[in-house]
Design a protein around this ligand. Structure first.
Ligand SMILES: [Zn+2]
Length: 360
């Protein structure tokens, strides 16, 4: 038996010794308290295979687009082209979330596993776990993959398009990386329990991030996110105009997906953090603690999907550059919109959900 406290509601629990594949949920709030890692060997094999596929993914062409001439692009091409076309923010978003963070995560996973085996200093390993926990939310491989699918619909309207090998490699990579991540639990590898210390300033930090998110909500919705030029006519699309244009083109499903991820998720996140701050401070909605805790976890899992529209724009803009005739640009709303996503995620992450259970 091992004594642990729930990281969501702080209830003290007694759990039997952990075996591989073991999962334990809190009986009071339903939160997943503990998940054992798979065998270190299988994680190492899977993560190295993922790294090989990763190199193949970023260098092979995803799509070929033909209009006036023919363009094939890999992820690395997109990053370079966006940078050369003076979209450093869009280029950096791709570089950080699709290239740097996944590679860093795989390196950390292996350093932690081998470090434990070779008897590295425990405090150094714990610091590495902290870094891992901090960056894992910003790995956006699967959001990028869905972004490719949606940008295909937009590209089909303007050009002739062909799917290349790189697309299937990306799909394979996302599945393998996902497996690596669910097999790996750094706390289990180190034999420590994953309960963060209570942060006395959690409410203040969360409030500051929330205010910062709110500041950027207006420019992100007013500025154009994807200015499109078709034979001399400019379509200056804001997020909302993009959603209605898709709806009018009878792309109902995609229109709803973009509406949900770009408008609903950030909005729901802002409202939920606000409610949780009020619950922790003033003890309102006392009977809804369990529901709010579940909602907090759902929010955490879905938050990054708000970035979907950004990836759609970034992918489309790196392909559709046919002189002045047909052109898609990465709009000025990209930066404020990304900041809204970033700050809402930080507001939720820095909040300590145990605080709403503390308030009697
Ligand atoms: Zn609990």
């Amino acid at each position: 038996m091992q004594k642990i406290s729930c990281k969501y509601c702080d209830t003290s629990l007694r759990v039997r010794t952990f075996t591989p594949g073991f999962e334990y949920s809190c009986p009071k709030c339903n939160g997943l308290v503990y998940r054992s890692a798979s065998s270190p060997l299988s994680i190492v094999v899977m993560s190295f295979s993922t790294l090989i596929i990763f190199y193949w993914m970023i260098t092979s062409n995803i799509l070929t687009v033909t209009l006036i001439d023919t363009k094939s692009r890999s992820i690395l091409d997109s990053i370079v082209i966006l940078f050369q076309d003076n979209y450093p923010v869009s280029s950096a978003i791709l570089l950080i979330t699709i290239v740097i963070i996944p590679v860093l995560m795989i390196l950390l996973i292996n350093t932690i596993i081998f470090g434990k085996k070779l008897g590295f200093n425990h405090n150094i390993l714990r610091s590495l776990v902290k870094i891992y926990d901090l960056i894992k939310y910003w790995n956006m491989a699967e959001v990028y993959l869905i972004g490719i699918l949606i940008s295909m619909v937009k590209l089909e309207e303007l050009t002739t398009m062909e799917i290349n090998l790189g697309f299937w490699v990306t799909l394979m990579y996302v599945i393998m990386f996902y497996l690596t991540l669910i097999w790996f639990n750094p706390h289990d590898i180190l034999g420590t329990i994953d309960v963060k210390e209570k942060d006395e300033n959690a409410i203040l930090k969360s409030s500051i991030y929330l205010i910062l998110a709110l500041i950027f909500v207006i420019p992100s919705n007013v500025l154009p996110i994807m200015p499109t030029y078709k034979f001399g006519v400019e379509y200056n699309n804001t997020i909302w105009e993009g959603i209605t244009a898709l709806w009018e083109d009878k792309d109902y499903f995609i229109s709803l997906v973009i509406f949900f991820t770009s408008i609903c998720i950030p909005l729901l996140k802002i409202i939920s953090v606000l409610i949780m701050i009020l619950m922790a401070k003033y003890g309102i909605f006392k009977n809804h603690k369990k529901m709010m805790t579940i909602y907090y976890r759902v929010n955490d899992a879905w938050g990054k999907y708000s970035m979907l529209d950004v990836f759609v724009v970034v992918i489309a803009a790196s392909f559709v550059q046919f002189d002045q005739l047909v052109r898609i640009e990465s709009g000025t709303a990209i930066m404020p919109f990304t900041l809204v996503v970033f700050f809402t995620m930080m507001a939720s992450k820095s909040f300590d959900v145990r605080l709403i259970w503390e308030k009697k």
